[in-house]
Write a protein that binds this ligand. Structure first.
Ligand code: NAD
Length: 339
């Protein structure tokens, strides 16, 4: 939402290293003079009866009103009687698509230099519908729900994304040879959408074969769209191809453009409060947020500067083999903004 020329966005710094890496985003946004005004929300100290979670109703309202947010990692509180924080956000806000761009980071050496993939995961159903029960002692059952609505919605999102970002190919990942009805319906929906996008190549790849192809040659893929469980696994596999979760941005998209971008790594309790965290994942998530808001110039400026700082190898955090602090690295990115 807009107020006085600047866009209001919810910021969840989160726990552990969250506040440190969120500070890095704030500093860099200030340096670029990004027209974003943060509405900062922390995870509550008690369960909010309205959400059944430590995430408060107020925080949800903020994201709903702003329509856009950025999230750091959140520690899962111990004990029963509350809903998972991430699940609450996803369900309450109807964030049906998880998008992860996995692009090689020049200067950070991995097995491949040319990874350029987008994974798009259905976020609301499949094996994660939470419908499990014991039939009799020793026998349990879990229901995998696939609906035409949710499958069509994610397929539409994937093709729309591909077109918007000038991508050439969409691969639907499945196991319809075994899961004939569920994955079969998922594929049928993808095909229906593919017909409307004649300029984008559409293909169907069986998940096991997809894994082999990805580790042998990630260049074979462009945009991948898949049901929930496969997406959970493949998106982490793809993150691994570029160096891991510390470098991978992520976005959760809902209806009417509602979006919550997040760093997918955890709270890193071992290094929290020591100024040692690598803020790259949340910075690249913030770049995704700016792209989503069509603030492409600021997005490009920050993205380039992050990549340049990593490629220079002069100022890297410990996880990337350097000895810089989070604030040193942030300052180096700000110094590199000029190009
Ligand atoms: P973790 O990601 O926090 O840590 C794993 C390892 O990676 C640690 O050695 C850590 O120091 C390192 N690491 C992670 N992010 C880093 C960064 N940005 N810079 C430098 N090093 C980094 O995973 P974990 O230890 O399994 O989980 C810790 C807590 O985080 C748990 O409470 C868990 O529930 C929570 N968690 C939250 C999310 C989320 O909110 N999305 C995701 C995963 C875990």
């Amino acid at each position: 939402s807009s107020s006085g020329g600047s866009i209001k966005a919810t910021l969840f710094p989160g726990d552990g290293i969250g506040p440190e890496i969120a500070e890095s985003v704030k500093k860099i946004f200030d340096a670029v003079k990004v027209q974003v005004e943060w509405d900062v929300h922390f995870v509550g100290k008690t369960v909010d009866p309205k959400t059944g979670s430590y995430i408060t109703w107020d925080s949800m309202e903020s994201v709903r009103q702003c329509g856009i947010g950025l999230k750091g990692p959140m520690a899962t509180p111990i004990g029963k009687g509350h809903k998972s924080l991430n699940l609450t956000l996803r369900k309450e806000l109807g964030l049906y698509a998880n998008v992860r761009p996995c692009l090689s980071i020049p200067g950070y050496k991995t097995r491949y230099d040319n990874v350029d993939l987008i994974t798009i995961r259905e976020n609301t159903e499949g094996e994660y519908s939470g419908l499990e029960h014991q039939v009799v002692k020793g026998v349990v059952e879990s229901l995998k729900i696939i609906t035409h609505n949710a499958s069509k919605r994610i397929a539409e999102y994937a093709f729309h994304y591909a077109k918007l970002h000038g991508r050439k190919r969409v691969s639907a990942i499945h196991k319809a040879n075994i899961m004939k009805k569920t994955d079969g319906l998922f594929l049928q929906c993808c095909r229906e959408v593919a017909e409307k996008y004649s300029d984008i190549v559409y293909e169907e790849v069986i998940i096991d074969n997809c894994c082999m192809m990805l580790v042998k040659n990630p260049g074979l893929f462009d945009v991948l769209v898949m049901p929930n469980l496969y997406g959970d696994i493949i998106s982490d596999l793809c993150a691994g191809l570029i160096g891991g979760l510390g470098l991978t941005p992520s976005g959760n998209i809902g209806d009417k453009g509602l979006a919550l971008m997040e760093a997918v790594h955890g709270t890193a309790p071992d290094i929290a409060g020591k100024n040692l965290a690598n803020p790259t994942a949340i910075l690249l998530s913030a770049v995704m947020m700016l792209q989503h808001l069509k603030l492409d110039e600021s997005a490009e400026l920050i993205h380039k500067s992050v990549l340049k700082t990593i490629a220079e190898e002069k100022c890297l955090t410990g996880d990337l083999g350097g000895s810089a602090t989070c604030s040193d690295y942030t300052k180096a990115i700000i110094d590199n903004l000029g190009g």
